[in-house]
Structure formats: structure tokens, C-alpha cells
Ligand binder design. Structure first.
Ligand SMILES: [Fe+2]
Length: 185
């Protein structure tokens, strides 16, 4: 009797449930919105790249708001504030679209460093004109990341993501134009 008592209890089925599912199955109710799991996964991956780009550009813009100097200080300090506020507000709908597609939204500096197509902000604050050039390049890079997703999104008939991309592209292309204009004589 004592022996049987000492026997370890049969392990509950936790191991089996810990095995990775073949597909990113929902823990609760399965997702059935008319977009295949493969399409949802690919779009979510692309949107996580857009999220990483957007957050990186947000942080660089806020950094420049703090550190800008020179005769254009007031113009740029205010302009950068408008831009970083817009970028800050933009990360939420991008992340929430990823969640609606059934995948985790990336939200760490390690992931952003890994997945962003933009470089990190410079460690030493550059001159004002160089800040503008960096931000033009940043907005253009985010626009390219977003635009590259359209064929996939169209193929999946993912209209909410297409709508989100359209809004983001409009913002980035307009911001790039405004910043670029400051560099003209
Ligand atoms: Fe401020």
C-alpha cells in the first residue's frame, strides 16, 4: 500500500496541451472572419514590421523634439511634437489590428530593434538639418513597409488592414513632403 502511495501520480494532460499547435489556434473560440489562417499570419507579420517601424520613428521624432537646437528651434520643436503625437497614436490601431487577426502584437525594444527597417535614433543629437533628413528617410521607409503589404492584403480581401495602410501611407508621405520642404532654399 505504502509503495503505491509513493508512486507519482500520473501526470495530467498538461504536457500534451503545452505542445505547440500546428496552427495558431485560438485558445477560446476559433477565428472565422473569412481570411485564412495563413493569410492572417502573413498579414500580422507584416503589420508587426509596420508597428516596429512606426514605434522607432515615434521615438526618434520625440528624441529630436527634445534635442533640436539652432535658428529653426521653435518651428521644429513644435512640428516634431505634432509628428510624434500622431505616431504615438498610430501604434495602437496597428497593434489592435494584429490582435484582431489573431496574433500577438510585438511590444519590446528587442523586437523593435530586430524588426524595424529604420535605424535607431543617433546616440548624439545631430544638427537640425540632419534631424530633418533622418526623419524624411524614416517616413519614406515606413511608407515602403506599409505599401509592400498591399498585394498580400488585397489577395486576402482584408479591407480593414487596407484601410489602415491607406491612412498610414497618407500620413507618412505628407510628413515626408513637409519635412523635405524645410530643406529647400
Ligand atoms: Fe515637449
Amino acid at each position: 500500500m505504502a509503495k503505491t502511495d509513493k508512486k507519482p501520480a500520473a501526470k495530467p494532460a498538461t504536457k500534451a496541451s503545452a505542445k505547440p499547435a500546428a496552427k495558431p489556434a485560438a485558445k477560446g473560440q476559433a477565428i472565422d472572419i473569412g481570411i485564412s489562417a495563413d493569410h492572417r499570419a502573413a498579414i500580422a507579420k507584416g503589420l508587426n514590421g509596420l508597428l516596429a517601424d512606426t514605434f522607432t520613428l515615434y521615438l526618434t521624432t520625440h528624441n529630436f523634439h527634445w534635442n533640436v537646437t539652432g535658428p529653426m528651434f521653435n518651428t521644429l520643436h513644435v512640428m516634431f511634437m505634432d509628428q510624434y503625437t500622431e505616431l504615438w497614436n498610430a501604434v495602437d490601431p496597428i497593434a489592435e489590428r494584429i490582435r484582431a487577426l489573431g496574433f500577438p502584437a510585438k511590444g519590446s525594444f528587442a523586437d523593435y530593434a530586430k524588426f524595424s527597417t529604420l535605424p535607431d535614433a543617433p546616440t548624439e543629437p545631430p544638427k537640425a538639418k540632419e534631424m530633418i533628413r533622418i526623419l524624411v528617410a524614416g517616413h519614406e521607409a515606413v511608407a515602403r513597409t506599409g505599401r509592400a503589404l498591399y498585394p498580400l492584403v488585397d489577395e486576402a480581401s482584408d479591407e480593414p488592414t487596407a484601410d489602415l495602410l491607406t491612412q498610414r501611407l497618407d500620413v507618412h508621405e505628407k510628413a515626408a513632403w513637409m519635412l523635405r520642404s524645410l530643406l529647400e532654399d
